[in-house]
Design a binder for this molecule. Sequence first.
Ligand SMILES: NC(=O)c1ccc[n+]([C@@H]2O[C@H](COP(=O)([O-])OP(=O)(O)OC[C@H]3O[C@@H](n4cnc5c(N)ncnc54)[C@H](O)[C@@H]3O)[C@@H](O)[C@H]2O)c1
Length: 342
Amino acid sequence: MAVNIAIIGLGRWGPNHVRNFSALRGCRVAAAADPSEAARARLAESYPAVRLVADYREIISSPEIDAVVVATPTSTHFQIVSAAIAAGKHVLCEKPVTDRSEDAWKLAEAAEVRGVHLMVGHVFLFNPGVEFLAKALAAGEAGRPYYVNSIRTNLGPFRSDVNAAWDLASHDIYIFSHLLRTRPTQVSAVGAGFLRPSVEDIVFVTLRYDNGVIGHIHVSWLDPKKVRQITIVGEKKMITWDEFGQPGPVCIFDRCVAREPVYETFGEFQLLTREGDAVMPRIPPQEPLARQAREFIGLVTGQISRAERGSAREAAEVVDVLEAVSRSLAKGGAPEDVIYGG
Ligand SMILES: NC(=O)c1ccc[n+]([C@@H]2O[C@H](COP(=O)([O-])OP(=O)(O)OC[C@H]3O[C@@H](n4cnc5c(N)ncnc54)[C@H](O)[C@@H]3O)[C@@H](O)[C@H]2O)c1
């Protein structure tokens, strides 16, 4: 029997979930909710069979709905996801899962107690290029990583409930933990709200990891260019990912710096650069949101036992890191330890 899905929130992002779940075999988008009449009317034009309501509570109290997707502003996630879990619905919630770590951990626990799946839409984990990076690092292709740098900029969209770090760096924090297979212990962040003083439009975050790796993230919704890039510098190779790169997103540079002994002076080394080939592997494009949707349906139908990417606990850890980012921002960039566990 098909899984009946409902989408809550039909703004910029929610309709992408409607499109992907509608195209997926084994599920049906049965309903959608948004208090905005205009948003409901836009959806009705393309999806006349979807039942549209203003109040999400009508959806979560409906016995025919098996699972919900929450694509509303972050500040509303806790209330909506709590209610959905309490009603026994499986939930795919957009990132960041909440705007407070305490709430993120409460949701993770509530889902476990209620026996429903709570997956969080950290969709870049389903991006084939990012997947390639993770496999390459795990295989030791780059050697020991020294640092990772990410740039995620655009002009808009602007949010008022969360700043650019919560909105955008939430992606990179999770991607870095996935790539490095460890989580940051300390962060420092500087940023500024040029458009509205209380909401930072640009944030520069530095992350420190126990293995000595440094991570850096530049996020901005006040930038002339839409950029989605990651650079990994390792002791053996350097790898870049550019979402819009041509002819493909990933480039592996056989470049590194070797230490050669200087024989005249015992114990001294000189640093020599190695300039090898740059290779762009073929990575067939696949829509990450469609792959994420398929994984969620796999969870709901029991074909997959637990979320490998976007588990509620890993998503809560991202919120723990974001809270440390906020504390550091408030202190003008002072280093802050990440406190895990809400
Ligand atoms: N994974 C990604 O790459 C990605 C991309 C964009 C947005 N997002 C996330 O998706 C969420 C929504 O972002 P957006 O850009 O669509 O925001 P948006 O502001 O464009 O749309 C939010 C919609 O939610 C509706 N809404 C508000 N309260 C509601 C409620 N109680 N019940 C039902 N609907 C309600 C609003 O009317 C609006 O239509 C955010 O959490 C954002 O971080 C994720």
